[in-house]
Design a protein around this ligand. Sequence first.
Ligand code: GTP
Ligand code: MG
Length: 558
Amino acid sequence: RCFKKVDSCFQRKFGTSTDATKTDAPNKKYKIEPKDGSKSFYTVQEEKIEQAERSVLISCPAKTNEKKFLQYLSRHGDINKCFFYESYGTYAVVEFANKESLKSLHEGTAIPSINHEATVPFKSRLLSLRNTGPLDLSNGQSAPQCQPQTTIPINDLIQRMSKEDSIDQQISSLTETYQLTEENVCLRFLVCSLLKDIAAAYFPECTIRPFGSSVNGFGKLGCDLDMFLDLDGISGRNLKKPKAGLSLEYQTKRSASERAATQSILSVIGECVDQFGPGCVGVQKILQARCPLVRFAHQPSGFQCDLTANNRVAMKSSELLYLYGGLDQRVRYLVFSVRCWARAHSITSSIPGAWITNFSLTVMVLFFLQRRTIPILPTLDHLKELAGPIDKSVIEGNDCTFVSDFTKIQLQDNTETLEQLLQEFFEFYGTFAFNRMSINIRKGREQNKPEVSPLHIQNPFEPALNVSKNVNGTQLERFVALCRESAWMLQQREFNLPHSGNGASTGNNAPWGLAALLMPSVSQAAGVKSRKKRKREPASERIKGLLDSLKNREEKKS
Ligand code: GTP
Ligand code: MG
């Protein structure tokens, strides 16, 4: 096949079947792996942006013969990578070895002439393969092998996990099933690059970068594509101006504020995407939001896209999450499990509202891992102390500096298993003093709440802001009730042992362990009503008993 070997760093970061936890015997202490070799966030970004610039997206007939297809395209130059996928038809992502190949490809490509309709002539890198001549590219019977771009339904995942032999293996199976594949990440960078071609009509030197879960290591197949229009290359911000003497400046239109400038930029780019962006549908300009954005669906990739501008803090947050996720494999495993558990019980939602977001939930997991007796993760303040001169970053007056080089970070020798951590996560937040305390990953310890919001999670880079300000009391209660119920279930021996009546060894694949925690019965047992038919119910006696037992345990510990 035409894939280049996946690089080992990528395998480590985005997971493979060779992950330590997968092969570990059940409940074996966690093995700490050396972390060097992980590339910095910006190194990965730059590499993938550059690869995307050499790539094209081609809509193909369903029965395209891969070999003939590659032969046909390789007339324009060497091909580094090619894969097929399905989304309203069959598509191929083709990465050429050299950018010059695109020029050659474009020279031999026509703008379609369509009867009764007109087209806007635009030479994009989204192409369609037509077969009008004697050259036969069809495969006869079979379609090319397609790479999945969406994940399996939750019930299939539950079944798959029930066949595993330990909770650690269940967690690893969940993560491997859900995480973004290398191909999906390439496609995300390619969509950003295609969009950049449109934005370049106004801003030739702009870059469009993915951020959020597409790049922070916590993305699930099918997650939205958050994009950031980066105009820093144009700003000349980094140019050294002479202290005295002559210098030149561009004359520009002035805007009343940064926000107003961002709104006008997104307004014209949004208009361009709507009018001329091939495959971009349902464009909405949401310019009055706290963070103005243009939302649309990119049909050829199937991605729901959010394009923002002047959003550097979110980019830094993505980098921080990427760093934390790359420090220790358990971080990603735990975040995937908790995110999936929260989604299964409608604690999180794809619709904005008063519920906890995936971002807040991830910060809660990071905080929990900082709070272990032997911390698994360092505090953000410590990461700042380790920063070098190139890491210096101040955004709108906020110091966002932290180390980017993985090798400078010394981890402590914590060997807790994923099963222990999951159990303790639920206990930790089942008994957390949310009424008084704020979660703070900068300090790595809880602090008194500065305001009355039910859930207070300090924004790591804008300390005056609460990232979970939107969460209301009911949603927090639902989260706490579910944590308690899940902690209680994980404490039950019969619930956790595949060998005593469940699991692969007995041939009985009834949901157990983490798989059972994803079942709707867990929310029912916790007295948590789904949002659709919300009706308050008194907490059951069992849950009260559980709370008391958890509190007693906490008191004994301290
Ligand atoms: P998904 O739910 O998988 O899309 O996760 P995500 O991490 O991509 O979240 P989302 O698309 O909601 O937001 C994208 C990025 O914006 C996040 O990764 C954060 O960097 C940032 N972000 C989202 N919500 C907040 C918030 O409330 N406060 C701050 N400071 N940043 C946020
Ligand atoms: Mg997102």
